[in-house]
Ligand binder design. Structure first.
Ligand code: F0G
Length: 384
């Protein structure tokens, strides 16, 4: 049987491109290496000749892309001797912080907006054993408090203001290039704090000759056997497109938003921490920001589950919602290769999923007696 090394997480995989040394104790749960799935039905339904791939980050160990940044942030916190980490979160960062802290044997404190995080994420923070502080305020209040308290208590901030987070997250762009053999023409992401769009751009630039990267032929992972060894480069970089929920769209308004609202609670953020960096990404990549309504987000989430069998959380669906509009309007041309990041798993937010199925005209669930007649009747009534 051919030998393939056991995958042990993204720091080991991209060790030569990350700020770790041979002595560093790596805190990993096997994150990264997520599938790039080509959509088969949605392009046809749109009637357009485009190649759309989704990078399914919901398959990371805690169900979101945050694990990529958290393996780096917690590894470096432990290396520096930190005994506790802290973050503000709309839910996914807190889940990841809690899990990696548990793995490292240190304490996690997480500040979450009371009543405004999805149930799966709350369950994760509590189960992984983080000290969970529900604040009567939103994410932006939590972020302000975390920064203030870090000056007064021995805790390491693991929000994306911690530079190691973006270092970990940039590896998603490496994986995409290795899978496609090139960078896509467009890369679409939902934007909240704007750390992830910034991290992807860093990753694309590090693999691109357009940004001055140079070729090496050694790959620590496969001894140079893989087609795109870790030093390989491509010539192109994508246009980066950031989609915001209309009620939480500071980049569209051109200023911070004090009372953000959206059903996509993960991106219910009015004061993004990576404001300047994200504008730079747009300028350098010739990309753009756009906004989508909550109804468009939910419709895109359903479309992806019903037509492709891929279940992402509402915030992640913002990228498909926006992309469909930009394809229909012709802003994205036919023949383009597009990657969408599906940032989080649909199972994170069961309440929103069930509520929208219950609101549909055609019921996807009925309650019947436990009899052959009723089961048969339900089948015959619902055959396509
Ligand atoms: N999608 C999901 C599922 C998220 O959880 C987040 C951010 C984003 C998109 C936006 O990414 O902030 O880098 O622009 N969630 C953070 C959290 C804020 O606390 O979990 P971004």
């Amino acid at each position: 049987m051919p030998f393939r090394p056991r995958y042990t997480g993204l720091i080991e995989r991209y060790r030569d491109r990350l700020p770790v040394s041979s002595d560093t104790r790596i805190i990993s749960l096997g994150e990264g290496n997520t599938p790039l799935i080509k959509l088969q039905n949605i392009p046809r339904l749109l009637g357009k000749n485009v190649d759309i791939y989704v990078k399914y980050e919901g398959l990371n160990p805690t169900g979101s892309f945050k694990d990529r940044g958290m393996t780096m942030a917690v590894t470096k916190a432990v290396e520096a001797g930190s005994k506790a980490i802290i973050c503000a979160s709309t839910g996914n960062t807190s889940a990841a912080a809690a899990a990696y802290a548990a793995r490292a044997g240190i304490t996690a404190f997480v500040l979450i907006p009371d009543g405004k995080i999805a149930m799966g994420k709350l369950a994760q923070a509590m189960m992984y054993g983080a000290m969970t502080l529900q604040i009567r305020g939103n994410f932006d209040d939590g972020m302000r408090l975390v920064k203030e308290v870090a000056d007064h208590a021995p805790v390491t901030i693991v929000n994306s203001v911690n530079p190691y987070r973006l270092q970990g997250q940039k590896t998603a762009a490496f994986e995409i290039i290795e899978d496609l053999g090139r960078a896509p023409d467009y890369h679409c992401l939902p934007v909240g704090n704007a750390g992830n769009i910034t991290a992807h751009w860093i990753g694309y630039c590090e693999y691109s000759s357009a940004a001055g990267a140079h070729v090496t032929d050694s790959c620590a992972f496969c001894n140079g056997d893989c087609k795109f060894a870790s030093g390989a480069i491509v010539s192109n970089r994508p246009k980066m497109i950031g989609y915001q929920a209309a009620g939480s769209a500071p980049f569209m308004r051109g200023h911070m938003v004090d009372h953000p609202e959206t059903i996509a609670t993960a991106i219910r953020i009015g004061h993004p921490q990576s404001w300047d960096r994200a504008w730079n990404v747009m300028q350098e990549s010739n990309g753009w920001f756009a906004e989508v309504s909550d109804a468009e987000i939910l419709a895109a989430q359903r479309m992806l589950t019903r037509h492709e069998g891929v279940f992402c959380e509402p915030a992640s669906a913002a990228s498909l919602a926006g992309l469909m509009k930009d394809i229909k309007s012709g802003k994205i041309e036919e023949g383009a290769t597009i990657v969408l990041t599906l940032t989080g798993n649909g199972l994170k937010d069961p309440d929103t999923a069930i509520a929208q199925c219950q609101g549909e005209d055609k019921a996807s669930m009925v309650t019947i007696d436990a009899t052959l007649d009723q089961v048969k009747g339900a089948i015959l009534d619902n055959m396509a």
